[in-house]
Design a binder for this molecule. Structure first.
Ligand code: SF4
Length: 83
């Protein structure tokens, strides 16, 4: 674990472990989940929407470590024959 630092995030001073600052996307299951559509609140997973609403309300960052509804994204298809 790293040193605890303070910085301004979305207009509020917050505390964070310096080694984890800005890394929630690397660890959050949602970013690897087929149900995650952060650009569309209607299509997005209801758990992810609630999690995000809580983050905005309380100025916290809460990556999802475990989830019963996770569904792995299909692998990206690569087109061949064109640069
Ligand atoms: S199902 Fe779980 S992992 Fe997938 S987007 Fe929703 S909260 Fe995230």
């Amino acid at each position: 674990m790293g040193k605890i630092i303070r910085y301004k995030h979305h207009g509020r001073m917050v505390y964070v472990d310096e080694d984890l600052k800005g890394k929630h996307r690397e660890y959050c299951l949602c970013f690897r989940c087929a149900k995650f559509h952060p650009e569309d609140g209607v299509k997005n997973c209801s758990i992810a929407n609630l999690n995000y609403a809580m983050d905005v309300l309380l100025n916290v960052v809460t990556p999802v470590w475990e989830c019963p509804r996770f569904e792995e994204k299909p692998p990206l298809k690569v087109k061949r024959g064109h640069p």
